[in-house]
Ligand binder design. Structure first.
Ligand code: SAM
Length: 260
């Protein structure tokens, strides 16, 4: 194991060890000392070291006590501000906006982490993450594809996203079983995220993809009548995966205007 640390599966620990990949990620992030960066899960510092060299200061959020102890030994507090604990519960409003969020994320909690980060989108300049390639494909998927689902719609509503490049298992120690990928997320201007009732939007999207084989007439029967479908020119026979993000926004707006 690198540097005498035993990787903990429960914390999704696969440490980057390929210097070319690390360089490529840092180039993609393009750190700038004038910008505030927070790294999720610094681990043994594969990204932390080059980020710090470029920026001079970083905030990091790490859950593993052994790794936190190593970070404290390695970095002075004025270089790295260590936030000990679970990134899922971290309040990003504590840090100055606009924030740049980066990290080779623990794959076992990547979806809840993405939703947590999305809830702070207004405070974020951009985010660059390493994730399982399959998750990145779901994030950027287009309607009518197998990968298109709740994650695609909810994140595409809020962010412009790009699948930058793939990273093979051999770039990590220990090697994960799956291929990874780097994804870039940039919040859309708030004027573009203009759904009247975002909680309702989230409930509709969840219901539409909850039972993928069922038609919208079935999955959305709590909210949408045939007359509503007709008013929006959306077929009640269609399935959730055929609708665009904009279609979901139109449905949520229609329901909230009409009153449930
Ligand atoms: N950044 C390092 C690298 O690229 O080699 C480590 C990446 S490893 C995939 C994930 C890191 O996230 C580990 O350091 C792990 O301890 C940390 N981690 C796991 N779950 C976490 C959580 N809920 N909150 C904060 N950090 C977490």
């Amino acid at each position: 194991m690198p540097q005498g640390h035993t990787a903990r599966k429960r914390f999704g620990q696969n440490f980057l060890s390929d210097p070319n990949i690390i360089r490529k990620i840092i180039t993609a992030i393009a750190p700038d000392p004038a910008q505030h960066i927070v790294e999720i899960g610094p681990g043994l510092g594969a990204l932390t070291v080059p980020l710090l060299a470029a920026c001079g200061h970083l905030d990091v959020v790490e859950i593993d006590r052994d790794l936190i102890a190593r970070l404290k030994e390695t970095y002075a507090p004025e270089q790295v501000t260590i936030h000990e604990g679970d990134a899922l519960k971290f309040d990003f409003a504590r840090l100055p906006a606009p924030l740049r969020v980066v990290g080779n994320l623990p794959y076992n909690i990547s979806t809840p982490l993405l939703f947590h980060f999305a809830s702070f989108a207004e405070r974020v300049r951009d985010m660059t993450f390493m994730l399982q390639k399959e998750v990145v494909q779901r994030m950027v998927a287009e309607p009518d594809s197998e990968e298109y689902g709740r994650l695609s719609v909810m994140l595409q509503y809020r962010f412009n996203m790009a699948h930058l490049f793939d990273v093979p298992p051999g770039a990590f120690r220990p090697a994960p079983k799956v291929t990874s990928a780097i994804v870039y997320l940039q919040p859309k201007p708030m004027s573009e995220c203009c759904c009247r009732d975002e909680a309702l939007f989230g409930r509709i999207v969840t219901a539409a993809f909850g039972q993928r084989r069922k038609t919208l007439r079935n999955t959305l029967r709590e909210w949408m009548t045939d007359a509503d479908f007709e008013a929006l020119a959306i077929s009640p026979q269609a399935r959730g995966e055929t609708l665009s993000v904009q279609d979901y926004v139109r449905m949520a707006d229609h329901i909230s205007q009409r009153g449930v």
